[in-house]
Design a protein around this ligand. Structure first.
Ligand code: PAF
Length: 279
């Protein structure tokens, strides 16, 4: 496994894959890898000859410096996991290379970035699209894998890829869950034992919504809110039910797939989950 710490080193390594006629799959990450990331790696491996993973804690997608500083990091462990998974190249660029001195270029989906989770995290999705566009440009993969857990992020990246005509297939990879149903996330390690147990209410609420026979936007919302509010440690920050591709508002009986996007706080830790419900 090649570990590249400069963009030019990364490009040279990808060029050797290309010279051999091999396809390249990219998995962008911010490190501190867990089974959810490894699922993205497996999805890329299943579809491309070579897998490239980037590890870059992107400062432009964090609202405040303390969140950035407290973001968990463990490069040694990440590299061991990636090597064991058969990854071909890891790119770990420096902030100054991704955002060079005097940098002033941004990439933003102007509507989708400024709705839903974007309203509570202003600038977050602009930071994501700005860095992902740069990572796409550094690696120039044939395909790139992103988790469906960050559903709004996935739809935004699909939109950006279409708008900028990147010749890259975007693969959405289903959520990986702990055995008890909690969606895997680097943030889970920040939950204390009581909040970790209480957090199961999130997947339980989505199961209850999916089991409804009469599926309207209103009945889905009511079922989820009622279930989560029965858990005193949980505070709902976002409960959005939107058209699955455009993220537009919908109401009444479902006529096309709907995405339920949930963000729920437990003791200062915000957890995300999501489910697409068929009409
Ligand atoms: O989902 C993430 O880990 C990040 O938002 C991403 C896509 C790697 C961009 O920094």
């Amino acid at each position: 496994m090649q570990v590249c710490r400069t963009i030019s080193d990364g490009r040279n390594t990808v060029a050797t894959f290309r010279q051999a006629g091999e396809s390249v799959g990219l998995v962008p990450t911010m490190g501190f890898l867990h089974a959810g990331h490894m699922e993205l790696v497996a999805a890329a491996k299943a579809r491309a000859d070579r897998v490239v993973v980037t590890i870059f804690v992107n400062p432009t997608q964090f609202g405040d410096a303390s969140d950035l500083d407290s973001y968990p990091r463990d490069e040694k462990r990440d590299l061991q996991m990636l090597e064991a998974a058969g990854v071909d190249m890891v790119l770990i660029p420096e902030v100054i290379d991704v955002y060079p001195e005097g940098d002033e270029t941004i990439v933003e989906t102007t509507r989708m970035a400024n709705m839903l989770h974007g309203l509570v995290r202003p600038g977050h999705f602009r930071g994501v699209t700005t860095v992902v566009a740069r990572l796409f440009n550094f690696v120039q993969p044939d395909l790139a894998c992103f988790g469906e857990k960050d559903y709004q992020q996935l739809q935004i990246i699909k939109r950006m890829t279409r708008d900028l005509a990147f010749p890259i297939e975007i693969i959405g990879v289903p959520i990986v869950r702990e055995a008890d149903g909690l969606a895997m996330s680097s943030r889970n390690v920040r939950l204390n034992a009581e909040d970790r147990a209480a957090a199961l209410i999130i997947s339980q609420s989505l199961n209850a919504a999916e089991a409804l026979t009469d599926k309207t936007v209103e009945s889905l919302r009511e079922t989820i809110a009622h279930t989560i509010n029965s858990e005193p440690r949980a505070t709902i920050h976002g409960l959005d039910i939107v058209q699955a591709e455009t993220l537009n508002d919908i109401s009444g009986v479902l006529t096309s797939p709907a995405a339920i996007m949930l963000s729920v706080e437990f003791g200062g830790v915000l957890l995300l989950d999501q489910r697409v419900i068929q009409p």
